[in-house]
Design a protein around this ligand. Structure first.
Ligand SMILES: Nc1ncnc2c1ncn2[C@@H]1O[C@H](COP(=O)(O)OP(=O)(O)OP(=O)(O)O)[C@@H](O)[C@H]1O
Ligand SMILES: [Mg+2]
Length: 264
């Protein structure tokens, strides 16, 4: 019998299409042989083309899910994705204060690939005040990095560093800015701000529209690696390799943005 499997708590939304959110997190962690426990914040009715409906889980039930797994499991890392509104954030913020010394990895999910709000614009300031300061690592894409930092443009590495410094001042310890949305580059480059230095992670860019769930998969893979005890830089490097392979072998299922292949 085995009792030392690393455990990650994923606090995120459910994607009925299976490509992103809690489904992507569980698939990623399973593939990595990490045990996933979950707290679902919202249920989305969506496919590869669009989101038909979002219904939030009652904030009390979000809290109960987190407390239930916290009291019974030795959680080694927490991954936070879709939080949607202030009420859910308030509960999550309260609960993660109880998870002392556990690295909190926050993917600041704001807008879906289909253009729908996954974080209400009215809740962004609250997110900056309550959630960002609790993040050991935050993983914004370019759009989220602009929005959270209040910067107008991010064009070069100097802008990336300035943006990271701003987010660091909000309290996030480490910042990974993902370059997936820089469309006209030959490579997919992500930038990590760690101990006041910038580290670059580069991989091939694939010309595919099947990128549903890239962000969730990357942050879940980082969380899994951290739960296994890897250093941050290695955890990101390995997670990026995982995402690279999953995009390279992505699935042409559905007629919109198809999902990654978590079992390549
Ligand atoms: N076309 C691509 N080819 C290779 N790597 C990519 C591609 N698109 C994104 N990536 C990589 O996928 C990871 C996630 O980045 P991305 O910028 O897509 O996040 P995101 O916008 O948060 O994703 P999501 O829309 O799923 O929330 C990063 O490591 C990025 O470099
Ligand atoms: Mg994202």
């Amino acid at each position: 019998m085995k009792n030392n499997i690393p455990i990650v708590l994923s606090i995120a939304g459910s994607d009925s299409g299976g490509g992103a959110g809690i489904q992507a997190d569980i698939k990623t962690l399973n593939t990595m042989k990490v045990f996933a426990v979950t707290a679902i914040t919202c249920i989305t009715a969506q496919n590869t083309k669009k989101i038909r409906k979002i219904s939030k889980v009652s904030p009390n039930l979000v809290e109960e899910q987190i407390l239930s797994v916290k009291e019974d499991f030795k959680i080694s890392a927490v991954k936070i994705g879709m939080l949607y509104d202030k009420e859910i954030m308030l509960k999550v913020s309260k609960c993660i204060k109880l998870l002392k010394d556990i690295p909190i990895i926050v993917d600041p999910v704001m807008i879906s690939k289909s253009g729908d709000y996954l974080l209400k614009p009215s809740a962004i300031n609250f997110f900056k005040k309550e959630i960002l300061p609790k993040a050991w690592l935050v993983t914004p894409n370019l759009h989220e990095a602009l929005n959270l930092s209040g910067m107008q443009v991010i064009e070069d590495e100097k802008d990336i560093k300035n943006c990271c410094i701003k987010l660091n001042k909000f309290g996030a310890e480490n910042i990974l800015i993902k370059g997936g949305h820089l469309k006209h580059t030959k490579e997919a480059v992500d930038y990590l701000f760690h101990n006041n230095k910038i580290y670059k992670f580069t991989s091939s860019r694939y010309n595919t529209k099947n990128t549903h769930g890239t962000g969730c998969t990357l942050s879940a893979a980082i969380s899994g690696n951290i739960a296994k005890g890897m250093h941050l830089i290695k955890a990101i490097k390995e997670a990026k390799k995982f995402v690279d392979k999953a995009i390279k072998n992505s699935l042409k299922i559905g007629s919109g943005h198809g999902p990654l292949n978590h079992f390549p």
